[in-house]
Design a protein around this ligand. Structure first.
Ligand SMILES: Cc1ncc(COP(=O)(O)O)c(C=O)c1O
Length: 424
């Protein structure tokens, strides 16, 4: 079901006009649909129900407490990549004992904090990290549960910046070093090997790379049977695709088939770490047109939102459908705009960078100052990647639930941006 839709020429999120929200909350503004979030979470849970599966929502994709709380209440566990994200999960009422923690550069402080909180397991990315966890766990009189993150050297066929399972990437352990670790676990007595972890990239718009990576991981477990005897969990990471405009994204059931049949055969419990596929289309960002400028070559639609609010187009050349919130010619992501009166425009922000754009040469209805644009599919890696570059306060975030809406993150003010600084 579509929880963002046009009614009588106005964009609605569930039962609320997005303009009505922006009239009060201002722009730039992130708006999330609770119903969409829950529908996606439940769809994944359903697709993976044949196997004992722990769904660890990837906090990095959208980390506002209000979003984490909705998912926690729906039964989600969490995947974190920093002590700060673990802190957020706990603040949102999440259960630390259901948290998995990846990342190539965990600090001593973060490892200690995670051990104190009793997380489900660390996803270990190097031998040096394993030794560090072993030492700290020993000092604390604890045994640290870990999974080894394997780098299966598989091409997920996605953007180079979000490819994480090839040997040229910094992530995980190559099979030789991982093998040496599992064959020498006696040297790290404060470690309990509970799992094997993979995360090959994002978004992965086909299922074959998962099959290839998991087959390699299961081959590894087989080859190191003794060392891997305590491995209960296979964690296949996140990365399921998202429909932004025209891509063919496999259904959750298709990913689940490839993954669960392998987990079943290996007799392992599953962990998955979806982020984008749950929250990506649950969120839009609203921007207000400030100026329209034609320079003889190009038409620029200049908005009050910039790359500091949504950096994905600049970072990944990613496509976000953009359309006015009030229009006589509604068009949702993927809709054809043939026959609609449009002007080819670059949609840009106010930041002093040529990379500050949301779209290039995009066909858009003719818009003018004060009109609002919806930038769709902005729920994942949108607000979480935002910054205060150019001393721009970060956007507010709103959660819609039926006919109701609430602010889950207030708009920052200039004062907030200098609160930790001193001119003394
Ligand atoms: C270790 C790990 N797990 C899960 C994810 C979530 O990926 P996605 O949001 O594509 O599902 C990421 C994202 O990069 C990741 O690094």
């Amino acid at each position: 079901m579509n929880f963002f839709d046009y009614r009588d020429g106005q964009l609605f999120c569930e039962g609320v006009s997005v303009d009505a929200i922006a009239d009060e909350a201002g722009t730039p503004l992130y708006i999330y649909s609770k119903a969409h979030l829950l529908e996606r979470y439940n769809a994944i849970a359903d697709a993976f129900k044949d196997v004992d599966t722990t769904i660890c929502f990837s906090v990095k994709s959208c980390s506002s407490l209000g979003i984490l709380k909705v998912l926690k209440d729906a039964g989600s566990s969490f995947d974190v990549v920093s002590g700060g994200e673990l802190f957020r999960v706990i603040k949102a009422g999440g259960d630390a004992s259901k948290v998995v923690y990846a990342g190539v550069g965990k600090t001593d402080k973060e490892i200690r904090y995670a051990l104190e909180q009793g997380i489900l397991m660390f996803n270990v990315e190097s031998h040096a990290e394993l030794e560090t966890i072993d030492r700290i766990a020993g000092e604390m009189g604890k045994v640290a549960p870990v999974a080894l993150r394997l780098n299966p050297d598989v091409d997920p066929k996605t953007h180079m910046h979000t490819t994480t399972g090839k040997l040229e990437n910094k992530f995980g352990l190559d099979f030789q070093h991982a093998g040496e670790i599992v064959d020498n676990l006696g040297k790290t007595p404060n470690i309990l090997l509970r799992g094997i972890h993979l995360h090959i990239g994002s978004p992965v718009n086909s299922v074959e790379p998962y099959g290839e990576a998991i087959d390699k991981a299961l081959g590894f477990i087989e080859e190191h049977k003794d060392g891997c005897a305590s491995v209960e969990y296979l964690n296949t990471g996140g990365g399921f695709g998202l429909f932004y405009s025209k891509e063919n994204v496999p259904a959750f059931a298709e990913y689940a088939k490839v993954i669960t049949e392998r987990a079943k055969k290996a007799g392992k419990k599953l962990i998955i770490e979806p982020g984008r596929s749950i929250v990506g289309n649950a969120g839009i960002m609203l921007a207000t047109v400030q100026y329209v400028k034609f320079n003889g070559l190009k038409n620029f639609v200049i908005t009050d939102s910039g790359m500091n609010d949504l950096i994905r187009p600049a970072l990944y050349d990613s496509y976000h459908h953009i359309w006015p919130t009030r229009t006589s010619t509604p068009a949702l992501p993927g809709a054809s705009v043939e026959g609609v009166s449009t002007v080819k425009s670059d949609v840009v922000g106010p930041i002093c960078e040529s990379g500050d754009f949301f779209a290039k040469d995009r066909l858009l209805p003719d818009v003018s100052k004060g009109e609002r644009l919806a930038i769709f599919s902005a729920g994942a890696y949108g607000f979480t990647m935002s910054s205060t570059y150019n001393t721009r306060p970060r956007a507010a975030e709103v959660l819609v639930d039926g006919e109701e809406w609430k602010i889950i993150r207030k708009r920052e003010q200039w004062e907030d941006l200098v609160a930790l600084e001193s001119a003394e």
